[in-house]
Design a protein around this ligand. Sequence first.
Ligand SMILES: [Zn+2]
Ligand SMILES: [Zn+2]
Length: 199
Amino acid sequence: MTESEISCCKVGRVAEVVGIDVDRELADRWTGEDRQSTRELADWFNRKLLAAELTAAGIPTKDGEVDNYYRLLTDDAVSSGDRIETRRELEQRGVSVDTLDERFVSHQTIHTHLTECLEASLSEPTLSERIDDAETTLGQLQSRTEAVTDDTITRLASHDALDIGSIDVLVSVQVACRECNHQYSVRELLDRGGCHCTR
Ligand SMILES: [Zn+2]
Ligand SMILES: [Zn+2]
């Protein structure tokens, strides 16, 4: 099969031509537990590509060698002398490095492949994760209000603008339901999952 006969973006075409199967793992790595960025996934894909090309050229790839070749070919920190030498070495051993360059994909291409070809999307947070996030945000706001109030009052007292000894600041945010006028603290409202008066 030639590259033009396959209907997908560059990722799919290259994978097909080289004979590597990556779609499921790409989607898993993108949406799974420890989500990898499209940049990391592009490097992962390109290393797999490089490994396949080295194997096809009969070059045995011991542990770490693919990573090192990839670094030598692509990392900006590698000197141009080392890069040229690596390219020459691989060419002599039967790898077309120019073809490899053309086949390497960018993180944008990986993103297009995931979102348009595979239609994978990052998993939505669960309802309880949303509640947890809200509690964190509001808790931080409350702590900050307490701290700023404490500082302000203490500063006034130290300048004798206010007559008070050591203090405790208590911040409580109330949310009132307009349907029934019932009032809740934010935590109470989040814990009970709503007012429920209209249901
Ligand atoms: Zn694609
Ligand atoms: Zn209500």
